[in-house]
Design a binder for this molecule. Sequence first.
Ligand code: PMP
Length: 401
Amino acid sequence: MQWTDVLATRSTRMKASEIRELLKLLDQPDIISFAGGIPDPALFPADAFAAAFATAMSGSTAATALQYSVSEGYRPLRDWIAGCMADLGIPCDAENILITSGSQQGLDYLGKLMISPGDTVMVTWPTYLGALGAFNAYEPRYVRLDPMANTSPEAVKAEAAAAGSTVKFAYLTADFSNPTGETIPVAARHALLDQAEALGIAIVEDAAYQSLRFDGTPVPPILALEIERTGSIEAARTIYCGSFSKTLAPGLRVGWICAAKEVISRLVLLKQAADLHSSTLSQIATEIVAREMFDDHVAKLKATYSGRRDRMLAALEREMPAGVRWTRPEGGMFIWLTLPEGMDGADLLAKSLASERVAFVPGGAFHADGSNRNTLRLSYSCASDAQIDEGIARLGRLLRR
Ligand code: PMP
């Protein structure tokens, strides 16, 4: 059987990333890894979930938990999320919320909803690798979104038109981005809204790390700023993707999309066709744990992660040679390093694994065009103080060599 003869064109764009293949080798105990952008499992509220799953499976709730359910998601959880959105300056109700199997599924659905082959999607350079993976299946082309530059909408439109393409949406992680850890300031969020309005496109605001602000001044979500302008979420072009993966646990696979009802009702049809609904058992347990302890638990996470961020920033200050620059995130899990021009993050990873046994993710992979290879992402979320001190010292030594 020649499988390549029967594959859809989109399949040819779905490739295993070379980085993922490399990172598979990391399970060895002597490696200090700053590679995985994952929560520290020691911080999972496992006891609370054990109790919540027991409750979900008891009495009449068991039938709800185990039966087919509506595509929109478990109503009490959607109500709880709508309350959180209101606290963020996004007044809405459960009808504005669709529960997804992680925010990753939300990105896939949004690609499916808006991208026809050849359409243009604006993404930051760098951007979340998983978003490129999700959108790639729908065969878009990408152009660079730079919320900090005053790019003229006419220029963006003209560039797309010259390629016979239509611009559909801008995607970004506005808070503590994966991979840079940076946050888009409020003025740039307004400029992005202006640009999207001039282009007539949607904005996809990926808020995966939004709850994990350690310090600094909170910046309102782009959707909240837009609702200040429009007066209602129903007139908003911004689609907000949330997730419990970084705050409670990624294994639950519970995320959500918050948007105008017109968008949600179209997404509900997509979800019906794709997987009917996300796990009701997971949603019920998530609602119980979130209602009982969300704020207290997130406060605990922030205390731990901010300590690790401080430790890593101090180690970088001590160990990095001149010419290396890095971001100073106010939350989230990542620090982004820029090496001197001409250096290559992927080469450095190979050398680092061979001689220093320190892992990180080379930055080229996060760019839709593979550029800026002299960058890398460090995650502090799962590292101990001793691993941070030792790992960054080894990396500094390698860079000096
Ligand atoms: N968006 C960003 C920016 C992420 O970093 C991640 C996970 N690494 C996701 C979305 C997907 O998360 P999940 O599907 O677990 O909600």
